[in-house]
Design a protein around this ligand. Structure first.
Ligand SMILES: C[S@@+](CC[C@H](N)C(=O)[O-])C[C@H]1O[C@@H](n2cnc3c(N)ncnc32)[C@H](O)[C@@H]1O
Length: 236
């Protein structure tokens, strides 16, 4: 998917994106993001970057569930960042938002323009499979991390069990487009979602790509029967 097409898919649904996520995953997605931020567990003085941050769900999860005090959220879609900023204003009186700093940045994950070695932790949730040049984006994550910095990736996957995979395939390809059409009003993002999950699964040898980009894979953890996977890697 090129960057223009990314805008085409995500910009029109930005205002409904969070609601769709909740329904599509039966609310499990928040728990997955919490697991992601707790897996990389930043210290209070560490710099944290969430790439492909969308409406800021992972950014807010860091501030809510970890000791992180300063988080940068970056996304190629200005519209998604606008919604993230609206949420920041809405959340501003919550206790977990006090004395916290968020920076938002509109950029391509493969070429952020951010300073090298400026982050202790980089995360990316449900974003890496959308990036057209994945190897370039992983290289950029490596460039942005300090030596021995932590990379946390959360991405959709397919269940290993054949029955689970068949049932999930039916849900993803038959039910989700219908559910999504009612909520989002447009079929394109749902077909894209289903096809991109399948495409990512068929094509990606993600462990090898991490290694090529200069990361040491620490562990890979399947979530909820394998429909999502957490990857933890350290920059070498
Ligand atoms: C499925 S959303 C995930 C959003 C968020 N991480 C979450 O957990 O809800 C994917 C996001 O990746 C962004 N994206 C896609 N390609 C990108 C790229 N090349 N660089 C930066 N962001 C990109 C999209 O704009 C979109 O906001």
């Amino acid at each position: 998917m090129n960057s223009q097409r990314t805008h085409f898919v995500f910009d029109p649904i930005a205002d409904k994106y969070d609601r769709f996520n909740r329904l599509f995953s039966f609310g499990i997605d928040r728990g997955w993001r919490k697991k992601l931020v707790q897996m990389v567990q930043p210290h209070p003085n560490q710099q944290v970057l969430d790439l492909c941050c969308g409406t800021g769900e992972v950014v807010f999860s860091f501030l809510r569930h970890t000791l992180a005090r300063t988080v940068t959220g970056a996304d190629i879609s200005e519209t998604m960042i606008d919604f993230a900023q609206e949420k920041q204003i809405r959340f501003s009186s919550r206790p977990w938002m006090q004395n916290k700093t968020i920076a938002w940045h509109v950029c391509d994950a493969a070429q952020t323009g951010l300073a090298p070695g400026s982050f202790d932790v980089v995360t990316c949730a449900f974003g890496i499979r959308n990036v057209p040049d994945r190897q370039a984006a992983l290289g950029e994550m490596h460039r942005l991390l300090k030596s021995k910095g932590k990379l946390g990736i959360l991405e959709f996957s397919l269940p290993a069990h054949p029955l689970g995979r068949t049932l999930y395939g039916f849900y993803l390809h038959r039910l989700v487009p219908r559910l999504g059409k009612c909520i989002l009003g447009a079929p394109e993002p749902l077909h894209y979602l289903a096809n991109s999950i399948q495409g990512w699964h068929d094509e990606a040898n993600f462990a090898a790509e991490l290694d090529k980009a200069g990361f040491k894979l620490i562990r890979k953890t399947p979530l909820t029967g394998g429909i999502a996977t957490l990857w933890l890697a350290h920059s070498r």
